[in-house]
Design a protein around this ligand. Structure first.
Ligand SMILES: C[S@@+](CC[C@H](N)C(=O)[O-])C[C@H]1O[C@@H](n2cnc3c(N)ncnc32)[C@H](O)[C@@H]1O
Length: 381
C-alpha cells in the first residue's frame, strides 16, 4: 500500500495561569480538542501537530502548548541523561540551532532544577553532535526550541514547546502602559463574565485597552493567534505540520462582523493614546470608543444590560491603599446603585481592598497573576 503515513498523534499540555484551568478546559472543548484532562496549571489533550497549531491559533487563555515527548523514571542524573538522549531531537531542533531547557522538580531525589537543565541539555547536544558533528547552543532569549523538564516523585516528563513566544504576546500590542494586563488574563476576564457578545461592554479603567481588544476579538470570532507570523513548531526541521496554511485560512474565514459596542475610560490621557494605538494595530480602531474621565463619572444608561469588565488599579505603591480602598467602595456603590441588570467581571488583588466593592452574591475564582494572588470576581448586578 502506498500513500502518506497518518500524522502522528501526540499528547499535548496547554498551560495557563493557575486558576484559569476551567476556562481553558472549556475553550479546548469548544475547539473540539480530544481526550481533555484538567491538571493544575493547564489542560492535556491528544491530537496531531496540526491540532496543536490550531490550539496555538485559537486558545485565548493558554500561555503555551507543550508536546509531551517522553516519560520515564529518573532517580539519578544518569537515568535522566539516558531518558533524554533516547528522544529523536533532530525532529525539533537543527544541530546548528539554539535551545533553552527549563526544569521543575518536586518530591524527587534530584532536587536541583539547574542540574536537571544541564543534564538534559547535555543529552540533547551530545546526541546531535555525535550524529551531525555540530551542536545546538543555548540561547536565553528567542531560542529555536524550548524544552521543559518536570520531575515529580522521580518520574520525569519531557515536553517541547510548540508555541515559541508566550501566547500572551499576540502581536497586536504597540503600547505597554504601566501595568498592562496579560492578554490571556484579559480574555479570561471576558470569558468568565459570560458576556453575550451583543450587549455593550465597558472597561472604566481601560489602561492600554487589553480587555477591550480581547473582547472585540471574542465578539468577532477572531483567532488571537492570527496576529503572529508563526509558532515554535513551525520552526522544527521535521515539517510534521500538514495543514498550517489551511488552518490559518480557516481561522481568517471564521471571523465575522459584530455590532457589539465597546467602551473604555481612563483618567490618564497617555494611557488612552496608547490604547488607541493598540486598537488600531489590532484593526479595531472603529469598534471601540475611548473616553477620558474618572471611572466614577461613568454614566450607565438605564436598561443597557451592559457588562462591566475591568482590572481596576491595585494600589501597588505605598500610601495608595487608602485611596484605592475608597475608590473601590465608591465604584462598588456605583455598580450596586446605578447598574441594575448589568454584569460585572473584575480582576482584583485578593485582600481587604477587594472586599470594599461589596458586590451582590459575588462568585470568586482565585488566580495567580504574575505570582500575585488575585481574584476574578463576577456578579450579576
Ligand atoms: C491596573 S490598570 C489597568 C490596566 C489595563 N487593564 C491594561 O491592560 O492596560 C488601572 C488603570 O486605571 C486607571 N485609573 C486609575 N484611577 C482611575 C480612576 N479613578 N478613573 C479611571 N481610571 C483610573 C489608571 O490610569 C490605569 O490605567
Amino acid at each position: 500500500m502506498s500513500g502518506v503515513a497518518p500524522a502522528r498523534r501526540e499528547r499535548f499540555f496547554a498551560t495557563c495561569a493557575p486558576g484559569l484551568e476551567p476556562l481553558l478546559h472549556a475553550e479546548a472543548g469548544e475547539l473540539g480538542l480530544s481526550k481533555l484532562e484538567r491538571q493544575v496549571g493547564g489542560v492535556y489533550f491528544e491530537g496531531t501537530l496540526d491540532d496543536a497549531l490550531r490550539a496555538n491559533l485559537w486558545l485565548r487563555t493558554a500561555i503555551r502548548v507543550l508536546m509531551r515527548v517522553a516519560r520515564f523514571e529518573a532517580k539519578d542524573g544518569d537515568a535522566l541523561y539516558a531518558g533524554a538522549r533516547a528522544i529523536e531531537w533532530e525532529r525539533f531542533v537543527r544541530a546548528d540551532g539554539t535551545l533553552i531547557v527549563d526544569a521543575h522538580t518536586s518530591d524527587s531525589e534530584l532536587d536541583h532544577s539547574l542540574f536537571l537543565e544541564q543534564r538534559v541539555k547535555d543529552a540533547i547536544v551530545d546526541q546531535l553532535r555525535d550524529k551531525f558533528g555540530t551542536r545546538p547552543t543555548v540561547a536565553k532569549e528567542g531560542a529555536d526550541l524550548g524544552v521543559y523538564v518536570h520531575l515529580f516523585r522521580d518520574r520525569c516528563t519531557l515536553l517541547v514547546d510548540t508555541s515559541g513566544e508566550s501566547l500572551h504576546k499576540r502581536g497586536w500590542r504597540k503600547f505597554q502602559g504601566r501595568a498592562p494586563l496579560a492578554e490571556t488574563f484579559a480574555a479570561a476576564l471576558v470569558l468568565a463574565s459570560g458576556w453575550d457578545k451583543r450587549a455593550p461592554l465597558v472597561d472604566p479603567f481601560c489602561g492600554s485597552g487589553t480587555v477591550l481588544v480581547e473582547a472585540a476579538l471574542i465578539a468577532r470570532n477572531m483567532a488571537p493567534g492570527l496576529f503572529r507570523d508563526r509558532f515554535g513548531c513551525e520552526r522544527w526541521p521535521s515539517s510534521e505540520l500538514r495543514k498550517a496554511t489551511q488552518l490559518r485560512e480557516q481561522a481568517r474565514a471564521a471571523a465575522k462582523p459584530s455590532k457589539a459596542r465597546l467602551w473604555g475610560r481612563d483618567l490618564d490621557r497617555a494611557m488612552l493614546a496608547g490604547a488607541k494605538e493598540n486598537l488600531e494595530a489590532a484593526g479595531l480602531g472603529d469598534a471601540i470608543e475611548l473616553e477620558h474621565g474618572h471611572a466614577l463619572e461613568f454614566a450607565p444608561r438605564k436598561g443597557w444590560g451592559a457588562w462591566i469588565v475591568s482590572n481596576p488599579p491595585w494600589g501597588e505603591r505605598i500610601g495608595e491603599e487608602r485611596d484605592v480602598a475608597r475608590l473601590y467602595a465608591q465604584f462598588g456603590a456605583l455598580l450596586r446603585e446605578r447598574c441594575a441588570g448589568f454584569h460585572a467581571s473584575l480582576l482584583v488583588r485578593k485582600g481587604a481592598i477587594a472586599e470594599e466593592l461589596r458586590l451582590p452574591n459575588p462568585r470568586r475564582t482565585r488566580v495567580l497573576n504574575g505570582g500575585l494572588e488575585c481574584e476574578l470576581v463576577t456578579a450579576d448586578l
